[in-house]
Every structure is written in C-alpha cells, then in structure tokens.
Design a protein around this ligand. Sequence first.
Ligand SMILES: C[S@@+](CC[C@H](N)C(=O)[O-])C[C@H]1O[C@@H](n2cnc3c(N)ncnc32)[C@H](O)[C@@H]1O
Length: 350
Amino acid sequence: MTPLRRIAFEILGAVERGGFASDLLAERTRGLDSRDAGLATQLVFGVLRRRAQLDHLIALVAGRPPEKMDPSVRRALHLGAFQLRYLSKIPAHAAVAESVELVKQAGKAQAAGFANAVLRRLPELPEHWPSDPVRYSMPEWLWERWLAHFGGAAASVMAAAALEEPEVYHRGDRVMDIGSQAIVPLLELEPGQQFLDLCAAPGNKTLQALETEVRAVACDSSFNRLKHFLAPCPLIQLDASNPLPFRPVFDRILVDAPCTGTGTLARNPEIRWRLTPEEIVRQAGRQKRILGNALAVLRPGGRLVYSTCSMEPEENKQVVNQVAGSRVQRVVERLPGREPGDGFFAAVIE
Ligand SMILES: C[S@@+](CC[C@H](N)C(=O)[O-])C[C@H]1O[C@@H](n2cnc3c(N)ncnc32)[C@H](O)[C@@H]1O
C-alpha cells in the first residue's frame, strides 16, 4: 500500500466529517515527495469533484446505491473508480488492488470481495449519464438554481468548469487566482487615498491594493487568519456585521465578503456537497449587515467595491440592490468557464 493512497483515503474521511480538502492536503502531504503529493491531491479533488458520477457508475455494477454502503467501503470504491475512469497513467490492477487493500485496512475485510468485483467491472461501462446533475456531479437543487438563474448554456459551462483542475495563476511571486485579481482595479485607487479593506484576510487583495501607495487599514473577524496576514499595514480584528469604530473618512473601501464560494467549486469541490439553501440565506443576511456598516464609513464622494466568489444572486445583486440601491454604479460578473479563473461578482458603489 502506497502511503499517498492511504493519506487520500483518510483526507476524504476527514472531509466527510467537515474538514477542508485543501487545508488537509497541505498538512498531510508535506512529508511526501512532490509526485506522490501531486497524485494524492489529484485523487482527493478528483473524487470530491466527480462524486455523483462515481456513485452512479458504482451503483450500476453494485446493484445498490453507494449511499447505503459502509462509508469507508464507499470511499475506497470512489478512489478506485476515479483512478480507473479518469487517470490513464495508473494501471487498472494497481487501482483495484490498492482500493481493496484500503477496504481491508478499514476493518471491512468481509467487503473486500465485493469491492474487487465492483471495481473490475467499472472500466468497461460506457459513459452515459442519466441526468445533468450526474453529468455535472452537482446536487440537484444547486443545478436547478443555476439553470433558473443563468440558463442552460451558461449553467453547463460553469458546471463543466467545476469538474476540471483549476489553472494556477500568479501575481508577482505568489499564487493568486486571475478572477480574484480583477477586483482591486475596480476601486480605481490613487496614491495617498485612505483605503479600508474590511474582510481582508489573508490579505491577497490588500497586497494588490498596496501596489498603489494608498494608506491602508485591514480588518477581519478571524484572529487566526490575521496572524498570517500577507500585507504590511495596520490590522484590526473586528466583526464587521456590527457598526464600525470609524468615522466616514475612507476614500475607498473593499468589502470582499465571506460567502458560500460557489464560484470556486473546482478549487473547493466539497462546497457543492456541503452547501444548503438555508446557508445561502444566512450568508446573505450577514453580507447585508457588513455592506451597510461599510457604507456608513465611506467618505462622501468615495467608492466602495463589494465582491464575493459566490454565483448566487441572493449574495450578490440582491445584497447590493437592497443595501445600496441607486448608488450601485455597475456590476461585474465573472462566470467560471466563461472567464478564466474562479467565478466572482463585484459591484461598484459610490
Ligand atoms: C473572501 S475572504 C477574504 C479574502 C481576502 N480579501 C483576500 O483577498 O485575501 C472573507 C474574509 O471575511 C472574514 N469574515 C467573515 N466574517 C466576517 C465579519 N463578520 N467581519 C469581518 N470579517 C469577516 C473571513 O475571516 C475571511 O477572511
């Protein structure tokens, strides 16, 4: 058994219990060489992205829904199925044998024969998806809502992009998504301006803003996220859903709001399985409070940019229309698959 598969298996279990794949991968693959770390990453993200497809294929040969199987058996089958169907460089016998071994190591030796039989039949199945939610490996409710909001053509492009490994973009010597890089320019910063970055950690956009010589103050509610802040400027830990301890002195404000992140499904594939419609409503409530408080400290004539990496109108247009109304000058929407990088929404408010 190669440690990388065992690590991928354990990370998938931790994600089922609420962990975040990218954090867990960063922690757990540190001791692996770069090839093994790369494959572990590919396995974890691939399984999370394509879970509905894998479940469909497994159900076809197993004759029963994987949701009804023991979670560790299902997880091992996911790993095996992903390798057999999507990774051409891994020999089929290795993918089968290692997944069966994972089943045994999980204490489910009685299911080893079953897992072996299922996996052996997977490569020959034709690719035929019974529905769009399976084709795009998305929960039905989320697919339906994208269909309603974006129409079939755009929703398909967005959902297909969420199945692929995202491209890596850089700004200077650090990694920063290209969609994310498109937000700060909307502020039209000028040297000497007072700039407030309200939901700032870990500081990617603050650092980008400081490329113009503004006088920046960065805030975030998370002490942990502020600890590793990237940009050299004054930091304040505060909860922006409460009124802010500032007078209206800021020429420019960025509200890069906490959100559901549905524009980042390729990068954060577990979001699609975790998100609920109720969570969208909860996020929107917080976003409205934060935006209202931010507007109260904007200098007359100043400019505020509200942004999210969500694709849900409740967190985007509805927030800015309800809170800022006619002060919204323009909105920009980057859809994954249509524009490169993560999906983003931004509104310029004056
Ligand atoms: C989208 S992230 C910000 C990313 C950051 N702008 C960057 O480019 O690196 C949203 C941030 O909002 C913070 N946050 C969540 N709730 C908050 C609140 N009530 N007040 C202030 N910050 C909050 C989170 O801790 C998180 O760091």
